[in-house]
Unconditional design. Structure first.
Length: 293
């Protein structure tokens, strides 16, 4: 427990030309293994995207991985959910994207060992207007990371609930996409649209981009619609859908108002345990990806 009362888990558009595929985002001059960059994306709001970003990051940190969350959403909910108040965000993703600060100048430590964040600031709401006339505007985040790749195992990018220039920067910087998908009637329609966008980005801007997986969120096993949607998504995407399902859970909903991930707010609740299982699945898939590579 910190002095502030925060619990601590101990660690256990016109598109530019495609860059040389021989220099993928994970290249690091030092020769050490670069962090895996995963973007948490869905153009639909209210699907548990930010909740997944901060709790997956916390779970990975709790099992000994060094994790950086990049908050690309102007709402700044990931920053708030990790306990960073607006007064603690002197610099953030806006400064990083427009080139006024390097990655090291924007990183803020959280109360969770091994978990840091590049926070969102109020200026990020106007970033698209500032970026629109910049050269290689889709590559701003990617190039900022390549200039001084931070020393983490994972970088998780939380983006806005829309397919705008901020999200596009995240897709171009990432190696893989993790999609939270709410168990609702129109889920597959939105997912199909997002998958088409991922394919276009892969073709034109980032040839290494892949779908890491789809996680079903806000699930209620007592609801027939939840079970129908889950079955349809698994039939559509097969093994790309994680076995872990994030349940609809009141403790998950309460945690952000306390400035904590749910794993700190109530470690034993069903939502916390689901995110721990999700973290394990992500690690298994990453090991399989390394083996294939």
């Amino acid at each position: 427990m910190t002095s502030s009362g925060t619990a601590v888990i101990s660690p256990a558009p016109v598109m530019s030309n495609v860059p040389d595929p021989s220099e993928p985002p994970q290249t690091r001059a030092s020769g050490h293994r670069a962090p895996r960059i995963l973007i948490i994306a869905n153009q639909k709001g209210g699907v548990g995207k930010t909740t997944t970003a901060i709790n997956l990051a916390t779970a990975l940190a709790a099992i000994g991985r060094r994790v950086l969350v990049i908050d690309l959403d102007p709402q700044g909910n990931a920053s708030t959910g990790l306990g960073i108040p607006p007064s603690g965000r002197a610099r953030g993703t806006y400064d990083l994207l427009i080139g006024e600060a390097g990655i090291a100048e924007t990183i803020v430590r959280t109360a969770i060992p091994g978990l840091d964040v590049v926070p969102s600031t109020v200026d990020l709401a106007g970033a698209e207007l500032d970026l629109i006339d910049m050269e290689r505007r889709e590559y701003r985040l990617r190039e900022a990371l390549q200039a001084a790749m931070p020393d983490y195992d994972f970088i998780l990018v939380d983006c806005p609930p829309s397919l705008n220039l901020l999200t596009l920067n995240g897709l171009v910087a990432a190696q893989a996409v993790l999609v939270p998908l709410q168990c609702e009637f129109f889920a597959l329609e939105g997912l199909t649209h997002l998958l088409k966008t991922i394919e276009r980005v892969r073709h034109k801007l980032n040839p290494t981009l892949d779908l890491q997986g789809v996680v079903l969120t806000m699930a209620d096993a007592r609801n027939n619609l939840t079970n129908m949607v889950a079955a349809d998504v698994r039939q559509f995407l097969g093994e790309k859908v994680y076995q872990t399902v994030i349940p609809r859970n009141v403790r998950v909903s309460e945690a952000p108002s306390h400035g904590k991930p749910v794993l700190l707010y109530d470690f034993r609740c069903a939502g916390s345990q689901a995110y721990i299982r999700l973290a394990r699945e992500v690690l298994v898939r990453e090991r399989e990806e390394e083996h294939v590579a």
